[in-house]
Design a protein around this ligand. Structure first.
Ligand SMILES: [Zn+2]
Length: 711
């Protein structure tokens, strides 16, 4: 006992010295022995990434030989020193753990074993079939394919599709499963207060319910039971709970769709999922409660969680994946005090062996091979430099007080993954231009036939309704029929329909006359239609809005803002910043309202640059800016638009605006270039201020459209 106390005290002292990297203090320290042993052991192994720089045995780190060809910089030395410190601290912890840690292998085994049975349950084909039936597969497939198409990938591989579907499955799950703090009263729907635990009823026990929480209504005093079900099939129906139920059910869904999965159990009270992404060639973290994926440092960095043990539980074994979720392994080690590392490895090996009892030699060797690669990758990430430019959000699931009570609120609790760096992105938006151009023959025909404003409005409203119906139909088999009569008198329909052919073509749709009906169906790749439908619906709203605003309709109004010709497309975009993943710069050029460009630090000034493809020179005649979906404070107010004739080396001013206000969300405003300007092959908006720089640091825009002259 005395020895343990001594070591515990020594540990703090030693760690402080090691972390401060003060070897002279350690040498005079009574525990210098440990430092010496581990220091010299580790310097042999230190390899810096980049240029195979090896620090040889016995050399002083501060005067390490940089080796041939390596660029010698003090930054690299610092990196080495930091690495040495970390490795040192880890070893000290490992050593001390042997003395201060209890060694209850039986207890650890007892804790983990039930989870193996649970994940085995996920393999039941009937249960899987039941799970798949609850998922709108067609809708998720479409949602998976559209983002790929948006970056120009119309022919994704199977693994790309599977990866994208998994992410949509995660988002869908987050939308449809509900979080429970205290369940609402079953009698009156009122608020309830916890009364303690109850005994499970036989009807609850049937669904693997080990605990029942009891709540009393604050209004009608009725008792509401909250059984904590572990049976994932039951959860398909109840669709509620806390992270235990969420992760259990989501992991089961992943299994049901054929993904290799692990239920990740964090002994410090959280559960999530890992799936093997064939596309990425590695395991990927997915947190269903948060709707976050591939952000393993979410807990340690975002939630300030004190990680200790994280076990990936799969049908083929239990994996200690803790190192994936930390960059502070030496600190995590101080909290791994339930069992020594050696005994833990033995417990995991034993349970894993049981899981693999009937595996063939081939399967076993493939598993071991992959596991080896996984652990190597985890080890190399563990000491990788932390990407400080990415800040992770605090916990979003559960109510705020509950999160605060768990200290899981991040430093900046706005749920933001901010990135200050922003790559050059290419717009795949030719379809947007085609759609805008395709309104020209329709509007011209209506004007040529002297159709009145109300009649013209009616035509567009009917067409909009039709396309809305089209959007709601299953994406692979989209089809709508309409009675010729609904377009008015039959001769009118026949006159009008040819003018719509360009628009239908832009939507990859075709129109056929069948038995007095007009049948509109897919003409090509269904994903092209999925991509185009939101664009045309927004464009139709815009046409309808502009028609309503104008006092009459005729050929004299066939220009901005009603008719938008020669929209510049397929350029590349670079911005001063962007919000990941949902506020990227190209989102301003995709023709849909539902996405926006968001500049996290743009409130007091930011920029976005657009390069015309192939350096083509275009004479800008107008541009449009649309306000985003929310937060008017982030609307741009003052800006300068510049053009460049040399690809962005020098700039000339095209337009300047001050004190501009967007009165509505999704308000599209047209600005015409008033002076004769030289043709440009690059454009740059410098946004100087947003509507409210005091209360908000961000800028956002729903869309930016640039229009060139016809020649
Ligand atoms: Zn009640």
């Amino acid at each position: 006992m005395e020895a343990i106390q001594c070591f515990t005290q020594a540990r703090g002292k030693l760690l402080r010295s090691v972390r401060a990297f003060e070897p002279h203090k350690l040498i005079s320290n009574e525990h210098s022995f440990f430092f010496y042993i581990f220091f010299s052991y580790h310097v042999e192994k230190i390899v810096a990434d980049g240029d195979d720089l090896v620090v040889s045995e016995g050399s002083d780190l501060a005067a390490a030989d940089q080796g041939g060809g390596g660029s010698s910089s003090s930054a690299e030395l610092l990196k080495l020193e930091e690495l040495a410190r970390l490795l040192q601290a880890e070893d000290v912890e490992l050593l001390l753990q042997r003395f201060v840690v209890g060694d209850d292998s039986a207890d650890m085994e007892k804790r983990l074993r039930p989870y193996i049975d649970r994940v085995r349950g996920y393999e039941d084909p009937e249960a899987q079939e039941a799970a798949r039936k609850t998922v709108p597969v067609d809708e998720l497939e479409e949602k998976a394919l559209v983002p790929l198409a948006k970056v120009g990938n119309f022919k994704p591989s199977k693994s790309e599709q599977d990866h994208a579907f998994l992410i949509q499955l995660l988002y869908w799950f987050k939308r449809t499963f509900s979080w429970v703090n205290a369940p609402p009263c079953e009698g009156c729907g009122g608020e309830t207060l916890a009364q303690g635990m109850g005994t499970p009823l036989p009807s609850e026990l049937r669904y693997d319910c080990s605990r029942v929480e009891i709540y009393r209504c604050t209004r009608c005093s009725e008792i509401t039971r909250f059984p904590r079900y572990n049976d994932p099939v039951k959860l398909l129906e109840t669709r509620r709970g806390r992270c235990g139920e969420w992760a259990n059910c989501f992991t089961f869904y992943c299994c049901a769709f054929g993904y290799e999965t692990r239920l990740v159990l964090d002994l410090n009270d959280h559960v999530w999922t890992e799936c093997f992404s064939v596309h990425l060639g590695r395991w990927m973290h997915l947190d269903p409660c948060e709707g976050v994926y591939d952000e393993p440092l979410l807990y340690e960095k975002g939630w300030n969680k004190q990680m200790n043990y994280a076990f990936g539980i799969a049908k083929d074994g239990i994996y200690d994946v803790t190192k994936r979720y930390t960059r502070k392994w030496h600190e995590v080690l101080t909290r791994r005090n339930l069992i020594t590392e050696t005994s833990l490895s033995a417990v995991l090996a034993k349970l894993t062996e049981e899981c693999r009892q009937n595996f063939t030699f081939e399967v076993l060797s493939a598993l071991e091979d992959r596991e080896k690669r996984e652990m190597e990758a985890i080890e190399s990430d563990l000491h990788a430099a932390d990407d400080a430019s990415v800040s992770l959000p605090g916990r979003q699931s559960g109510d705020k007080e509950w999160r605060i009570s768990r200290s899981e609120i991040g430093p900046d609790d706005n749920g933001s993954f901010s990135s200050s760096s922003c790559p050059v992105r290419v717009c795949f938006d030719e379809h947007v231009t085609k759609i805008y151009d395709a309104f020209s023959p329709i509007l011209s025909l209506l004007a040529d036939n002297s159709v009145a404003k109300l009649r013209a409005l009616e035509v567009f409203e009917i067409f909009r309704e039709l396309l809305e119906k089209m959007r709601k139909s299953p994406f692979k088999t989209r089809r709508v029929s309409l009675d010729s009569a609904s377009f008015g008198t039959p001769p009118f329909v026949h006159q009008l329909l040819p003018s719509f052919s360009e628009l239908l073509n832009a939507l990859s749709l075709k129109c056929e006359h069948v038995d007095g009906k007009i049948d509109i169906s897919l003409a090509g790749d269904p994903v092209k239609t999925s991509l185009a439908l939101p664009v045309v619906l927004d464009a139709l709203d815009d046409v309808i809005h502009n028609l309503r605003q104008s006092d009459h309709f005729g050929s004299d109004v066939l220009s901005f803002p009603l008719l938008k010709s020669n929209r510049i497309h397929s350029g590349s975009v670079l911005a001063s910043g962007e919000e990941l993943p949902l506020g990227i710069a190209t989102a301003a050029f995709d023709g849909t309202r539902e996405t926006k460009w968001e500049e996290p630090n743009g409130g007091r000034g930011c920029w976005i640059m657009y390069k015309v493809p192939d350096g083509q020179m275009r004479e800008l005649v107008a541009y449009e800016l649309m306000s985003a979906n929310d937060v008017p404070e982030r609307d741009p107010m003052n800006w300068v638009l510049e053009g460049s004739s040399d690809g962005g080396s020098s700039w000339h001013i095209l337009d300047e605006q001050t004190s501009q206000l967007f009165n509505n969300r999704f308000e599209r405003r047209t600005f015409k270039i008033k002076t004769k300007v030289p043709p440009s092959n690059a454009f740059r908006f410098r946004f100087l201020a947003v509507r409210d720089v005091q209360s908000n640091s961000r800028l956002q825009l729903g869309s930016i459209d640039l229009y060139a002259s016809c020649n």
